[in-house]
Write a protein that binds this ligand. Structure first.
Ligand code: BGC
Length: 753
């Protein structure tokens, strides 16, 4: 009987997924498109924010989210709008998401001529962060620190499940911008500075979101953002000019996008900024020539927030909003996140009638949008019964987030093996991030900026609470010390420290993102640095936990820190993960996915050029970060030996096999990320001092050794030349793993060699 039930259930799942083949979808799209009026087509290209169809003032975090029937009719029936986004201002219970979305779909399916379902999109960037009770994961930068793409895939799969469980089929994630500008407010949303690491993590996330069939009721369409180069502004401020050659753009920033598009990502969101004076929303070269023609992207491109209007109001490349619409649509924008004003649609209809935007462009955009709606199965079923998702917010999902957080924690310093601590000690926890969930989660948590603790998920533990759960209330004290930038009671904390065996100072950066997160100074505010310096005077061991969105500089007090744990934004299970690491219940294995700078004037990346190594004495000693990319300590130790190459010369048709022995030389079981870098000795474009080409994470028992093998080929040694061609030049290369190094020669086969 059970078997029959299981069979019926599997068949139900099968038929409830998008059940059309790609050629069938194309036929259906064409048939539908041929019936559509211009107004209906433009409606599909229009996306408004939920606030537009809700009562009350937009962005009022305290108002009750209630649909406005008249506006609903105006938007969906009169303007035939095909997409809605976002939460009004704060997280909603699942029941309410169902109510809102079913009402929207009911109108789209019953009151419009062609009954085209609405595609609802949301920023669920580290879990279903706008649904009450959802599972919240470490933000992307923390996931990257695990150097374990399995966690990215799991985060994607669980998020997809919980977002779909909230009746939403489209997620504005992952961020594939590279974290190569540490000042940027959205650094924590990236997978760090390296294109190879970001590519593997990005691909895994997309796989988690979309699975093999994006129409599966447990999957969502991914949205790669922000295409392309957005993270690399010259000033470090959000949405300010990027000055970058196409060579650099392609060699670094395009790489993770290209890969995720090849893996089938359904949608992309466009970079809000400008590159070399051209706002990307008006850039035909990037949006059409590269994205659609060269990369053969067949999904759709959505603007970022209000970005068409901003071609007129901010970038000053269009002298009216109508001109802005013309520039953007002709450049290749498929859907406009308007998100408040419907006159985008009026302008576009006029432009088509005047012959300023060709109908083929409109048809191309609408075809792409309908294609994704079909692939998502929205024409078959717009949402599923809430009961279909029994694992929503379950302990099983929380455990997955906890494990990811455990592997993300990065031990950056551990003088005299001060960590792990024994459990029979008294611990003073202090610092603004020490007893707070909002600091652990960061922005895009329950609200846009994530600063309101009144929405905290019930039952989750702060660092202080989690420590006290392990060693008991009587042995744990918490005093705040400072706010983000002001003293609160440092003197009192110092007095209390006398009663403690250890001090855990949780330095923190208030959650923020986008323009709101622009900063003037990368250094930690003085009040927090002062707290560390004052506490060190007590001669008690000072353990610092960093809870931040980007590498805030603390070099002036680094010598006062006995141990440093990087937490990133570890999510709802982050408090437990930090506490477990402090007491040795977790052996840390996170590695920095970026270079941690020591000085504000030296924001140099790991793959810098030789000229960036030169100091004022012309010696090659200038690269001197606080902590290097790829580093992170363990409570055990690892030794590398026996680096071997299967050949010392390698031609273009061959591959080279590299092996290295890694041994756990300490007393504890632990995980190590084995990283392979290459160095090109000489090249016609100045080579980097090293580039990451491969990595793997292995587990070793005390005394255990493993031989790790990697295979490299010509493409792994290539770079982009001035003609924008990927080439590998003959010559010598180094391979570096841990402290091991070997050299080989790459050559082009001729009849003479
Ligand atoms: C952000 C995007 C986000 C969008 C929708 C924008 O301001 O840049 O990352 O997806 O808003 O909320």
């Amino acid at each position: 009987m059970k078997k029959i039930k299981r069979l019926v259930f599997s068949l139900l799942i099968l038929f409830s997924m998008n059940s059309f083949s790609q050629p069938e979808i194309e036929k259906k799209v064409d048939a539908l498109l041929s019936q559509m009026t211009l107004e209906e087509k433009v409606g599909q290209m229009t996306q408004v924010t939920l606030d537009v169809i809700c009562k009350g003032k937009p962005f009022d975090e305290k108002k009750k989210q209630e649909l406005d029937k008249d506006m609903l009719k105006k938007v969906l029936v009169d303007y035939k709008v095909g997409s809605i986004l976002n939460t009004g201002a704060y997280t909603l219970p699942r029941e309410q998401w169902y109510e809102i979305i079913s009402e929207i779909q009911k109108i789209a399916l019953k009151q419009t001529r062609l009954k085209i379902p609405v595609i609802y999109g949301i920023d669920a960037i580290h879990g279903a962060n706008y649904t009450v009770g959802a599972t919240l994961f470490p933000q992307q930068l923390g996931l990257a620190a695990t150097w374990n793409p399995e966690f990215a895939e799991q985060m994607g799969a669980i998020t997809a499940y919980e977002v779909r469980a909230s009746a939403i089929p489209w997620n504005f994630s992952p961020v594939l911008d590279l974290g190569r500008q540490p000042l940027w407010s959205r650094f924590f949303e990236t997978f760090g500075e390296d294109p190879y690491l970001a590519t593997l993590m990005g691909d895994a996330t997309v796989k988690g979101y979309q699975g093999d069939n994006v129409g599966d009721p447990e999957k969502v369409a991914a949205c790669l953002k922000h295409f392309v180069g957005y993270s690399n502004s010259r000033s470090g401020k959000d949405r300010t000019p990027i000055m970058m050659t196409e060579r650099e753009l392609r060699e670094y920033y395009l790489v993770p996008f290209k890969s995720a598009i090849e893996k089938g990502a359904q949608t992309i969101m466009i970079n809000s900024s400008e590159i070399d004076g051209v706002p990307v929303h008006a850039d035909y070269h990037i949006l059409t020539s590269i994205l659609k023609e060269e990369l053969k992207f067949d999904g759709f491109a959505v603007t970022d927030w209000e970005d068409i209007v901003m071609l007129h109001t901010v970038h000053n490349v269009a002298d009216s909003e109508k001109e802005a619409v013309k520039l953007a649509i002709n450049a290749g924008v498929d859907m406009s996140m308007v998100p408040l004003k419907l006159d985008f649609a009026d302008h576009l209809i006029e432009l088509v009638k005047e012959g300023q935007v060709p109908m083929e462009r409109i048809d191309d955009a609408v075809r792409r949008i309908l294609r994704v709606k079909y692939r998502l199965g929205l024409f078959e079923k717009v949402y599923y019964d809430m009961k279909r998702y029994p694992k929503f917010g379950s302990p099983e999902f929380a455990e997955a987030s906890y494990k990811a957080a455990l592997e993300s924690v990065t031990l950056l310093k551990n003088n005299d093996r001060v960590l792990p601590m024994a459990k029979d000690k008294k611990v003073l926890v202090t610092g603004v991030a020490g007893n707070s969930m909002i600091y652990l989660n960061g922005a895009w948590t329950h609200t846009w900026q994530g600063q309101d603790p009144s929405y905290d998920t019930k039952g989750k533990k702060t660092i202080y609470q989690a420590i006290s759960d392990i060693i008991g209330k009587d042995n744990t004290f918490y005093l705040q010390g400072t706010t983000e930038d002001k003293d609160v009671n440092t003197a009192e904390v110092v007095a209390k420290a006398k009663e403690a065996d250890y001090i855990v100072v949780c330095l923190g950066e208030l959650p923020s993102t986008e323009k709101v997160g622009d900063i003037e100074d990368l250094t930690f505010p003085q009040a927090q640095l002062n707290l560390v310096a004052e506490l060190k005077k007590t001669n008690k061991p000072v353990i610092v936990v960093l809870v931040e969105s980007r590498p805030r500089i603390f070099s002036s007090v680094e010598s006062s820190m006995d141990a440093i744990l990087m937490a990133y934004r570890p999510g709802d299970e982050g408090g437990r993960a930090i506490a477990a690491t402090i007491f040795g219940l977790n052996n840390p294995s996170g590695k920095l996915p970026f270079t941690y700078p020591k000085h504000t004037g030296s924001l140099v990346l790991y793959d810098h050029k030789y000229s960036e190594k030169r100091d004022k004495n012309f010696a090659f000693n200038a690269f001197n970060p606080q902590f290097e990319f790829g580093t992170g300590l363990s409570y055990t130790t690892f030794a590398y030996s026996d680096l071997k190459l299967d050949k010392t010369r390698c031609s273009e048709s061959e591959s080279i096999t590299v092996s290295v022995k890694v041994t756990n030389t300490g007393q504890l079981e632990g995980k190590e990320v084995v990283q392979l870098y290459t160095r090109d000795h000489y090249a016609s474009i100045t080579p980097s001092v090293k580039r990451l080409r491969r990595f793997t994470k292995i587990n070793l028992k005390p005394g255990e050794s493993k031989i790790v093998q990697f295979t490299l080929n010509k493409d792994d040694l290539s770079f982009l030349n001035r003609k924008l061609e990927w080439i590998t030049e003959p010559g010598k290369f180094d391979i570096m793993i841990g402290d091991q190094k070997a050299e080989f020669e790459y050559y082009i086969k001729t009849t003479n060699n």
